[in-house]
Design a protein around this ligand. Structure first.
Ligand code: WQD
Length: 341
């Protein structure tokens, strides 16, 4: 029998790419989203790529009754939880909004999983490592106290999942995937990232600068203790990232987990500086970007990249797409949504 995976936040950037990979891997997928931070562009894209009209529930995961109803109506074998607010800066300005939404929605998922029995995959973040003492970071590297309410919700939700697995081992198994910096778009250019307003993240800011929506990219800081003075991150291709979810779901559903709760870093293992990323974007797309150096951005860590070897050993997953391909896909997507030839 085909297994059914519920993707909360499935109309968003990561959720839509994961949905596509799950369908291609042969799973039945149910999408749920309250559409609070996206329009239906990615839903339409998913339909076009997969050729399938997937079941879609417009619902808010903070609504406990609606979540319970969904789990009663549909036999869900695994849930991947993306439905959350994700802007770091906004979370500092509006912590209550972030705590209410991101914690409540996940608690409702866990409560339904506890009642109905379900595997739970939580979308965590490398932000839980803070400014690491040692690089690259492994899953054993200590978590640092969060510097934003957003980061704090990631840590808290990891703990909610760990404790729930411990308390209800017959009902819940869980995996937390700690993403590094997801970038790029599907090769079809039919789904991708659609930030609202001024982008906070680097790659959407770059593509919007290239398309003329933004005048100039500010590179935040060129005096960091790194080879070229700009921050280093581990940029992970969105399709590679999506495939990691399929591997994790398979591991849960095939009973391959070695303990009830597991954590995996999802990154490439390769540090890339802001300047390198900008230069690569220019080179692969044959463009010149208008940029300037600006003061450091508050809260940025100097450098972080993953040791992804545990995911490779246990999930059989490894990042595959090159940075060149990923940055080409980011530009193809930007051109697609702006109607640029
Ligand atoms: C990357 C680098 C910036 C914008 C955040 C969250 C994380 C995750 C992903 C999301 C940094 C520099 C950026 C710009 C720049 N969460 N930069 N000019 O901060 O590593 O991670 O996003 O949902 O939890 O913390 O990603 O893309 O914002 O920044 O120079 O206009 O690019 O200083 O060095 P970050 P980012």
């Amino acid at each position: 029998m085909k297994k059914t995976v519920l993707v909360s936040g499935g109309a968003g950037y990561i959720g839509s790419h994961v949905t596509v990979e799950l369908v291609e891997a042969g799973y039945d997928v149910v999408i749920a989203d309250n559409m609070s931070n996206c329009d239906d562009t990615c839903l339409r894209g998913v339909r076009e790529i997969t050729g399938r009209d997937l079941p879609f529930y417009r619902m808010d995961f903070c609504d406990a009754k609606a979540v319970e109803q969904l789990f009663s109506d549909v036999r869900i074998d695994a849930v991947i939880h993306f439905a959350a607010y994700k802007a770091v800066g906004e979370s500092v300005a509006e912590p209550v909004k972030y705590y209410l939404n991101n914690l409540t929605s996940f608690l409702n998922v866990l409560d339904a999983a506890r009642v109905h029995g379900c595997n739970v995959l939580f979308s965590s973040s490398a932000t839980v490592y803070g400014e690491p003492d040692k690089l690259p970071v492994t899953e054993e590297s200590p978590r640092q106290s969060a510097t934003s309410p957003y980061g704090n919700t990631k840590q808290m939700c990891e703990d909610f999942l760990r404790d729930s697995v411990k308390a209800y081992p017959e009902k819940i198994r869980g995996i937390a995937l700690r993403y590094f910096n997801p970038i790029g778009a599907h090769p079809s250019a039919l789904i991708g990232e659609l930030p609202r307003g001024v982008p906070n993240n680097l790659v959407p800011f770059i593509t919007q600068t290239a398309s003329g929506i933004r005048e100039c990219l500010s590179i935040f800081g060129n005096d960091y203790p790194t080879p070229d003075g700009t921050c280093q991150r581990d940029y992970i291709d969105i399709v590679d990232l999506a495939k990691a979810h399929v591997c994790a779901v398979r591991r849960m559903l095939d009973g391959k987990m070695e303990s009830g709760y597991e954590i995996f870093n999802i990154g490439t293992g390769r540090p890339v500086s802001v300047l390198e990323l900008v230069n690569t974007f220019e080179r692969v797309n044959g463009l010149k970007l208008n940029y300037r150096f600006a003061p450091r951005r508050a809260g940025d860590v100097t450098a972080i990249w993953a040791d992804p070897s545990l995911a490779e050993r246990k999930l059989g997953w490894k990042a595959g797409r090159s940075l060149d391909e990923t940055l080409k896909s980011a530009w193809e997507w930007e051109k697609h949504i702006r109607g640029i030839k």
